[in-house]
Design a protein around this ligand. Sequence first.
Ligand SMILES: C[S@@+](CC[C@H](N)C(=O)[O-])C[C@H]1O[C@@H](n2cnc3c(N)ncnc32)[C@H](O)[C@@H]1O
Length: 263
Amino acid sequence: MNRSIDPSFDSAAATYDDEFTFSEIGKLQRERVYYWLDKLHFFKQPQTVFEVNCGTGYDAQFFTERGHSVIATDGSEQMVKVAQSRNSKLTVYQRNFNDISIDDNVRKSDVIFSNFGGLNCLSAAELATFVDDTALLQKKDDLLIAVIMPNHCFIADVYHLMKGKFKQVGRRNKKGSLEVDVNGEKIRTYYHSPNRLTGLLRDKYCIELKKPVAAFLPPSYLESFFKRNPQVLNGLYSLERIFGNLNFLSSLADHYILVAKRK
Ligand SMILES: C[S@@+](CC[C@H](N)C(=O)[O-])C[C@H]1O[C@@H](n2cnc3c(N)ncnc32)[C@H](O)[C@@H]1O
């Protein structure tokens, strides 16, 4: 299949910020990503960041405000438009993962950044190709930072068990992929365990950091329940801050962050 232009997220672009970026769960999850980046001193000195699947450009804007030079890209034309309208000074353009190898800007960057599950749109074989491409383009000590959904989500399973929705328990851990509803559009989603990703990276990269992002915080599709029960969300956020540094939870969380340094 030729996926050089990916329209699947186009219909989500207009409401993505309301439904995820500025949702209570989305804000807390992103805060955890920044927490881990900060632990790595990511904001201490200016970097050139090539962002893939930038979505509506929230991270590009945030990083730019902290002194980084950011090139933000996404496969969806409409996401690119929303990101550009966030700040006309941002460099944003359409770029599919499959075409990353033809982009000279990757070579000129110190960091490739992918937040919140963009890489879950790639099958295991496509993810392997993506990692091969980044390894060819990156220089020694360049970073590849990815925030990805693993194939288990403990807190979603607990929620579904409590609600008696037994069919939903363990739904991510299916062979192949799942069709996930994003604004009425069915998005094919592949879940990748930290082991799979570290296995793909091992030869060319050192793993600098692997941590859960939302081991206790729920997935954003449960926003309406947690909006009605803010005290439960606050409790889970406290658990996240206390226990969310345990590496083994990476494979059970809604997302995990993996930071790899080119050897
Ligand atoms: C869940 S959103 C994440 C957006 C953003 N990174 C954030 O932090 O909110 C996933 C993004 O991946 C993009 N995407 C999906 N498939 C892609 C592909 N093949 N190439 C590039 N981007 C893709 C979508 O257009 C969408 O903007």
